[in-house]
Each structure stands twice: as structure tokens, then as C-alpha cells.
Write a protein that binds this ligand. Structure first.
Ligand code: SF4
Ligand code: SF4
Length: 366
């Protein structure tokens, strides 16, 4: 459905829901909706990013198809949300990457892996690339630490800049106050609501996914994914501090903090995305957003490959396979970083921004 049609559909549904108000206790979307009488594009975009797709308002609604009102709020919000990510993408020409997202991400992944494999094999004799090492500094004998820091630091800065520009655009479209002048209590509330996935709870009963029986497994898998990702990120930060402050070079012993954080996070980052993939496969057709299927698959694949290659590197670092596995892991992580602003990853960023706006509204500060 073209963007204008999706906006009209969301506006139609919000007008019906604003008269009915049966779902006002289910999540943040309905109380935010009730503060409005008219729904401009910015309002609808805000409501769409506030929705967590828990499905509760579909199963609680008396106006779903075959009723003539044909109310399906989760699907309408999902369509709008996906379009908003594309609209806010920076630089704008890269927005097209959201369309055929699986192809775009898979191409980036193949190019990055090929780049690291070719790069390492072109700069080292096969005997060095395929020898067992495993001693401190083994990774940097294959790729100098300075080159690694430059490449991955640059990709991280680019991803952060692109995400910040997208949020700035979102911020402006929903008329949010100066982000540097935000109330601390509202900020804390938004962090709590994001970190606990409060509104994936269907108003307390749980998320509706494969049946009309609510449950909390989707939230659990999402938590494993999110906190697994954070732990892996923390492992990288601690390893950087080890390197620069303590002069200790990777790979580290299994009991060292970067390895403990990375192993715990990596395990979560396998179980979580695998569980989310199964939950998505089982999701009822009426709650699915077919347009998002490729994007979801691409992101789940990237997270799984990141954790699997990371754990493989940990297991095989003292064997002749280390060089090849290192190239695979670096290729996957580099592809994850450069595609991050044009992938499903952005949903967490915009959701946090929407929750912050909601917290400010509730405190009557906006
Ligand atoms: S989703 Fe249905 S039941 Fe819920 S507020 Fe809208 S119209 Fe009413
Ligand atoms: S799907 Fe869940 S989060 Fe989204 S509007 Fe409905 S009840 Fe709220």
C-alpha cells in the first residue's frame, strides 16, 4: 500500500478508536491517541513507533474483519512504522536500502566477508594465515590493531551519525522539545519502559502471537536479544580498555572479563534471535506485516551470524582455522555496523524516541 494510503488508513482507525476507547489500558498508543482530535502525519508516525505490535488490541477488538470497520491497528501501525524508517533515513538516497532489505543486507554481508578474506590472504602467506597461534596479539599479527580500530571505529561513527540524523528528523516531525533540554524524570521513565518492554505486555496478559492465548515468550526472546547485544558491546568496550589502559592484547583467557561478557552475550544473541524467528514464523497471518518479512529475516540472520562467528572464534582461536574464522567474524561485524542504520535495528532507536515523547506528554511537559 502506498504511503498516503497507509497514513489515511491509520488516521481512519485512530478516529474509530478515539470514539471507542475500549483499549485504553492496553498500551501507550491509546492514551497518547486520546490526547489528540486530529492526526497529522507526525502524530501518526509517533503513534506507530510507540506501538510494540503486541497484538492485544486486535484480539480485544469487536470491529476486526469481517466487521465492516475492518479494524486492524497492529498491521496499520507496522506499515506506517516501516515507512517512517525509510522517510527518516540519512543520507536520503540510502533510504532505498529499506525496500529490498534482505537483498541489500545479504549483498553487504557477502562483500564484507569477501573483502576481509581477500584482504587477509593477499597480505599474508598461506602458512601464516593457516598456522595455530592463539597467543596474545594473535589477531593483530593478521590485521594490525591500528587498521582494525580505524576501520571499525569509522564504521561505528558512520552508523551513529546516520542514526542520530534519522532521530533528529523524527524529533522534528513529532514536534519534540530540544533533546538536550529534556526532563530527567521523563528520560528515566523512557529508559525503564524501553528496557522492560513494558508495552509488549498486552496490558498485563502478555503478547498475542500464534493464538488468542497471550504469553510472554516473545518478550523473553526480545530481552535475550537486546541484553545479549549489550553484553557483546560491553565485551568490546572492556577489551578496548584492556588494550589501551593495561597494554593487554586479545585473545584473552576464558576467565577474563571480555570473554565472560562476550560468551554470555553471544549465547543470548543466539537463543534470542532464534526464538524471535520461530515466533515470527508462528505469528497469525492477520497480525503479520508481509512487507517487513525480509527486513526481519535479514536482521535475525545478521545477529545470529555475529554471535555464531564470535563464539566460533573463541573456540578455534588456537587452531589453524583461526585466520579464516577471524576474517568471517570481522566481515559479519563490519556488515552489521554499516547496515545498522538501514535495518530492523532502527526500531529500537525510534521506539525509545517515541517513548520519551510519551513520558514528556504524561508529565505535561510537552
Ligand atoms: S482497537 Fe477496536 S476495541 Fe480497541 S479502541 Fe480501537 S476500535 Fe475500540
Ligand atoms: S498492538 Fe499492542 S502496542 Fe500496538 S497498539 Fe495494539 S495494544 Fe498497543
Amino acid at each position: 500500500m502506498p504511503e498516503a494510503n497507509n497514513l489515511r488508513e491509520a488516521e481512519r482507525l485512530m478516529t474509530i478508536c478515539n470514539s471507542c476507547r475500549y483499549c485504553e489500558g492496553l498500551c501507550a498508543v491509546f492514551p497518547a491517541m486520546e490526547r489528540r482530535r486530529v492526526f497529522a502525519t507526525g502524530d501518526l508516525t509517533y503513534l506507530a513507533n510507540l506501538c510494540h505490535s503486541c497484538g492485544a488490541c486486535y484480539d480485544n477488538c469487536q470491529f476486526t474483519p469481517p466487521h465492516e470497520f475492518a479494524v486492524n491497528v497492529p498491521r496499520a501501525m507496522s506499515n506506517l512504522r516501516r515507512e517512517s524508517w525509510e522517510r527518516y533515513a540519512w543520507p536520503a538516497p540510502f533510504a532505498v536500502l529499506f525496500r529490498r532489505n534482505f537483498t541489500a543486507v545479504a549483498t553487504a554481508l557477502a562483500l564484507c566477508i569477501a573483502g576481509f578474506l581477500i584482504g587477509l590472504s593477499a597480505t599474508h602467506p598461506a602458512a601464516m594465515l593457516l598456522r595455530a597461534d592463539g597467543l596474545p596479539g594473535a589477531f593483530y599479527r593478521l590485521m594490525p590493531h591500528a587498521a582494525m580500530a580505524l576501520l571499525f571505529g569509522g564504521a561505528t561513527l558512520f552508523a551513529l551519525l546516520a542514526l542520530a540524523m534519522g532521530v533528529r528528523h523524527f524529533w522534528q516531525s513529532v514536534n519534540l522539545a530540544d533533546p538536550l533540554n529534556v526532563d530527567a524524570a521523563a528520560l528515566l521513565q523512557a529508559i525503564k519502559d524501553t528496557g522492560s518492554l513494558r508495552y509488549l505486555g498486552g496490558g498485563g496478559a502478555g503478547c498475542y502471537n500464534e493464538s488468542e492465548q497471550p504469553g510472554d515468550t516473545r518478550r523473553l526472546f526480545h530481552h535475550l536479544t537486546f541484553y545479549g547485544f549489550l553484553l557483546c558491546f560491553a565485551a568490546t568496550l572492556v577489551a578496548t580498555l584492556y588494550h589501551y589502559l593495561l597494554g593487554r592484547e586479545a585473545p584473552y583467557a576464558w576467565y577474563d572479563l571480555p570473554v565472560l561478557l562476550g560468551t554470555t552475550g553471544g549465547t543470548g544473541l543466539i537463543i534470542g534471535p532464534a526464538g524471535l524467528a520461530i515466533a515470527r514464523h508462528r505469528r497469525r497471518g492477520e497480525l503479520k506485516d508481509a512487507g517487513q518479512s525480509g527486513m526481519d529475516s535479514a536482521f535475525i540472520l545478521m545477529l545470529l551470524l555475529t554471535s555464531l562467528t564470535g563464539l566460533a572464534l573463541l573456540l578455534l582461536r588456537a587452531t589453524p582455522a583461526m585466520g579464516v574464522v577471524l576474517a568471517l567474524h570481522l566481515g559479519v561485524v563490519f556488515a552489521l555496523l554499516v547496515t545498522m542504520p538501514y535495518s530492523r535495528f532502527v526500531h529500537g532507536i525510534y521506539r525509545f524516541a517515541a517513548l520519551l515523547r510519551y513520558a514528556l506528554e504524561r508529565r505535561n511537559l510537552h
